[in-house]
Design a protein around this ligand. Structure first.
Ligand SMILES: NC(=O)c1ccc[n+]([C@@H]2O[C@H](COP(=O)([O-])OP(=O)(O)OC[C@H]3O[C@@H](n4cnc5c(N)ncnc54)[C@H](O)[C@@H]3O)[C@@H](O)[C@H]2O)c1
Length: 439
């Protein structure tokens, strides 16, 4: 008989009923997969869409079929929500509008979705004594203190001016007319509300601040499996450009810096939170990889190279193009300059060393190779993505995101150096055996 699973303190883990709101999205779909494949927990999956998790409850012969139920409902106006929360031991709230292109163009929807719609969930949890894991965002930090220093100030290199810590960093947003901050501000107020419910009414909560989790099923390819006018998050935007053989658009020069985490690694941390309430309750956790930092420009260069490898198509002569944020996102856009998470608290509480180091390059490449597209998909890649739609994106995204980001940047730099040396050599007069013989 398989031995019972235990938590980090050696106590047996009891099967839970989890009400997961927003389960049909990017993070929810990976979390559901993990919970079905590796635990005995039950999931009441709540969302308006089910495309990304359908494979978990159809066909009904799947081994976990009796542990997952899909409830199609809009949490804005459905009285069934409270009943589902009451049936569960733990509530995980992922539902949100969370695409940067919406923050300044649909600020009301953004604020309602991230603030107003979260209120009943928090209220029901508090009134019914249910534990809540709420997904916030690293955007609550806004800009770094360092970005207000002169460009040449040596203090910009001091981590105290840019590393983001849950219990000491301020939250710095731009002026109200910069509506981009509608999302971050709504998320921040919800965090404050949850924290206050904990302090005044004893709500058991954990707040998660993801730092750019990426991977398969993130967003959509416009016109393929999403609206043709929509602007998804950066990874899908770049994938879309590559698939259409267009230059990748770098907003304001692509100078923003981000730390990326592969979704499956990040989900490990959430799994630990679920199963270790005594260590996770009352905590706000950054979840990111401080050692995987790149600029958006570097991400574009990496994706161009990887896509070329996957599809067999040579990169465009001009693979990127600069565009202003006003032109790309419209009025009221603004951005965080840099986002490096301090991982002290999560590592102290949950020991999730997974996220501490950049991934080893050989491990990364081995994983990439094992995910390379099947001949069928590779053919479709060359013939046109319309044939495979979502499948192609999944395969392609996997190929991108399992690369260890920092190591790849180094590889790219070395490659550029090699190219420069080769160019210099090419300019020298050619001395062949024949010419040597003539001398
Ligand atoms: N992916 C990241 O790196 C990242 C970064 C920061 C924060 N987050 C936060 O994590 C959470 C999940 O992010 P994601 O990347 O999975 O987003 P996602 O958009 O893929 O998933 C959100 C899901 O919520 C559902 N939803 C939204 N409004 C709803 C409503 N009214 N009723 C029912 N369902 C509704 C959507 O249909 C969608 O399936 C969000 O709160 C987001 O702000 C994610």
């Amino acid at each position: 008989m398989a031995s019972a699973r235990v938590d980090l303190d050696g106590n047996p883990i009891k099967p839970l009923t989890i009400c997961m709101i927003g389960a049909g999205g990017f993070i929810g779909s990976h979390l559901c997969e993990k919970l079905m494949a590796e635990t005995q927990h039950k999931v009441l999956a709540v969302d308006v869409y089910s495309d990304k998790i359908k494979h978990l409850f159809e066909p009904s012969s799947l081994p976990w079929a009796d542990r997952i139920q899909f409830h199609r409902l809009n949490i804005k106006n459905d009285s069934r929500l409270e009943g589902l929360i009451r049936m569960a031991d733990l509530i995980i709230n992922l539902a949100a509008i969370c695409t940067p292109a919406d923050y300044n163009t649909r600020p009301l929807d953004t604020i309602y979705s991230n603030f107003i719609d979260a209120l009943p969930i928090i209220k029901y949890c508090s009134e019914n004594g249910k534990r809540l894991i709420h997904f916030s965002t690293c955007e609550v930090y806004g800009k770094t203190i360092g970005c207000f220093l002169p460009k040449d100030s040596p203090l910009r290199q001091d981590p105290a001016y840019y590393v983001l810590s849950e219990d000491s960093s301020p939250c710095i947003f731009g002026p109200i007319e910069k509506q981009r901050w509608s999302y971050a501000c709504a998320k921040q107020l919800v965090e404050r509300l949850i924290y206050a419910e904990g302090a005044e009414n004893g709500l058991e909560f954990t707040i998660v601040r993801p730092f750019n989790w990426i991977g398969p099923r993130m967003d959509f390819i416009p016109g393929i499996d999403g609206p043709s006018e929509g602007v998804p998050r950066v990874l899908a935007c770049f994938s879309n450009n590559l698939l259409r053989r267009e230059p990748l658009k770098l907003v304001d020069g692509g100078e923003s810096q981000r730390t990326f985490v592969y979704i499956k690694d990040a989900i490990e941390a959430v799994h630990l939170m679920i199963e270790n309430p005594s260590r996770a309750n009352g905590q706000i956790f950054n979840v990111g990889n401080p050692n995987n930092e790149v600029t958006v420009r570097q991400l574009a260069e990496m994706m161009t190279q990887v896509y070329s490898k996957v599809s067999g198509e040579p990169p465009l002569d001009a693979p990127t193009i600069d565009i202003s944020s006003k032109e790309f996102y419209g009025e009221g856009y603004d951005d965080s300059d840099k986002r490096i998470p301090d991982m002290t608290i999560i590592n102290r509480q949950l020991g999730s060393v997974l996220l501490l180091e950049p991934k080893d390059i050989t491990v990364g490449l081995a994983r990439v190779d094992s995910y390379l597209p099947t001949p069928d998909v590779r053919r479709s890649c060359k013939e046109g993505y319309l044939k495979t739609g979502n499948d192609l994106r999944i395969v392609y995204t996997i190929n991108l995101t399992v690369f260890p980001v920092k190591a790849l940047v180094n590889m790219l730099k070395q490659d550029q150096k090699r190219k420069k040396v080769a160019q210099r050599r090419a300019k020298r007069p050619v001395v062949s055996c024949n010419t040597l013989g003539q001398l």
